[in-house]
Ligand binder design. Structure first.
Ligand SMILES: C[S@@+](CC[C@H](N)C(=O)[O-])C[C@H]1O[C@@H](n2cnc3c(N)ncnc32)[C@H](O)[C@@H]1O
Length: 454
């Protein structure tokens, strides 16, 4: 293989740098996951430390190249143990997400644009996007680190050549074939029912924890010893996995619990297998095209620290929602300064009402009086809560939104009642500013601040 070391993929304009070379990356918010569904009589804020040193998880909001080009600004000299990316595939699709909101007798359909996988200058434009990002990812991987690049038939063959060039052919580990079912209607070729996941190490010292699959009933019945002789025994955990997987399906059902209506969302089981195979617990795992945040959830469940990045506002909103439902340690959100959220809407808060709780504590009744999302023209004021996906509260707003509690619907994400009031137990003694942030179903944020005078 060595004689091919200098083989490169060439296209016109390769290596040109179009993006900004300077950036000022700052923290723009924090989320301390603490869900409220409106059935408790009052809410007692839990004092989870939110000091900078306790924050181990980060969400990078914006174009990943900005963060990848300036890692020292936001991650110091830390390196990453594992990167998984599921970038655009050059499918020529502008992805939308369609949802139904409201009640059975007052249902609206909302179509939300998510991301665009159309490339004006074709393959060259696509490779121009991917190439500098893959180079920068290699530079922030630890010596024992590795990277999974998830693609399909559109570009996996080109990207594999590019990966050989960037990471070195000798650092190629596996080409994993993920097979899935589901309908297809072509009579011109076989249905395309697999994705390709390219796995490369930063060096030959990459981490690999072997994964196992259950033995087939036939093997269990016979026992391996009968087939292969006395040296072989059935392993307690099952058989060692091959590089083609048929046991995890795509998220096909629109009503599946896991389905967050984010187009291209990957199943947790798939990412869990990759994470468990290639990183030890406690390590730092990153996804620079994180979409609905599947990897963040998997990391939280398997004891890894995480780092997500996406440029889509629906990506951030869906990730926060996913983590509120499934739990994670506090995380910070960072963005290039000055960060401008797209316009949200009009939010009017109720005047806070105070009552005595005890000698040292008060109850504050906080609530939303009115919200009008920017995306809606004709609407009825009484129905405004159906446009709210969830809302968050910062009990002690100091200029950067520090989400202490998130109000969500009890069962369904977009249907059923959403609490619009919350009773909060606070320490008597000092006045404060409380901020409320509403996330509408389009992924826009609207924030208002109210003074609580004691
Ligand atoms: C295929 S989806 C990822 C889906 C994800 N694996 C999941 O399970 O939900 C690709 C994502 O890349 C994001 N994206 C595309 N270009 C980007 C860029 N330059 N910087 C950051 N995110 C980007 C899109 O917004 C989209 O969410």
């Amino acid at each position: 293989m060595r004689e091919f070391r200098s083989l490169n993929l060439a296209w016109e304009g390769k290596g040109r740098v179009k993006e900004e070379l300077t950036a000022d990356i700052r923290e723009v918010g924090r989320v301390n996951v603490n869900p409220y569904i409106g059935i408790r009589t009052y809410y007692d804020p839990v004092d989870i430390p939110m000091a900078a040193e306790t924050i181990q998880n980060t969400y990078c909001l914006g174009d990943n190249l900005t963060f990848l080009r300036h890692p020292s600004q936001w991650m110091g000299d830390t390196s990453i143990d594992l990167i998984y990316i599921d970038p655009p595939y050059m499918t020529d699709i502008a992805y939308n997400s369609t949802i139904n909101i409201g009640s059975d007798h007052d249902r609206d359909t909302v179509v939300r644009p998510v991301f665009n996988d159309r490339w004006a200058s074709g393959l060259a434009g696509y490779l121009d996007m991917l190439y500098p990002r893959l180079c920068a990812m290699r530079d922030i991987l630890s010596e024992q680190g590795s990277i999974f690049v998830h693609l399909d038939w559109h570009t996996s063959h080109y990207v594999r050549v590019l990966m050989d060039e960037i990471f070195g052919m000798d650092n190629f580990i596996n080409e994993i074939v993920w097979c899935f079912g589901g309908g297809g209607n072509s009579r011109r070729h076989f249905h395309r029912k697999h994705d390709t996941i390219l796995w490369y190490g930063r060096s030959p010292d990459y981490v690999f924890n072997p994964q196992f699959r259950p033995y087939t009933p036939g093997t269990l019945e016979r026992g391996l010893t009968r087939v292969k002789g006395d040296r072989y025994h059935l392993h307690q955990s099952g058989a060692l996995m091959q590089d083609w997987w048929t046991d995890i399906n795509k998220i096909l059902s629109p009503t599946a619990y896991e389905n967050l209506k984010y187009p291209t969302q990957k199943p947790r089981e798939l990412l869990r297998r990759l994470v468990e195979a290639a990183s030890p617990p406690g390590s730092l795992v990153a996804d620079f095209f994180s979409g609905s945040g599947t990897l963040a959830e998997v990391c939280s469940q398997t004891g890894r620290r995480w780092l997500m990045c996406d440029s889509s506002r629906l990506g951030l909103q869906t990730t926060i929602y996913r983590l509120i439902k499934n739990g994670t340690a506090p995380f910070r959100i960072i963005a290039p300064h000055p960060w401008q959220n797209p316009p949200g809407g009009e939010l009017i808060l109720k005047k806070p009402q105070l009552s005595m709780f005890s000698r040292d504590h008060l109850l504050v009744d906080l609530g939303i009086d009115y919200f009008r999302p920017i995306a809606v023209r004709d609407w009825e004021r009484e129905q405004f809560s159906k446009y709210i996906e969830f809302w968050e509260i910062d009990w002690d707003y100091q200029g950067m939104f520090n989400s202490c509690c998130q109000v969500i619907r009890e069962k369904h994400r977009y249907q059923g009642p959403l609490a619009l009031d919350i009773l909060v137990k606070i320490e008597a003694g000092y006045s404060r500013r409380v901020a409320v942030k509403v996330w509408d179903v389009w992924g826009n944020q609207t924030m208002e601040v109210v003074d609580v005078q004691i």
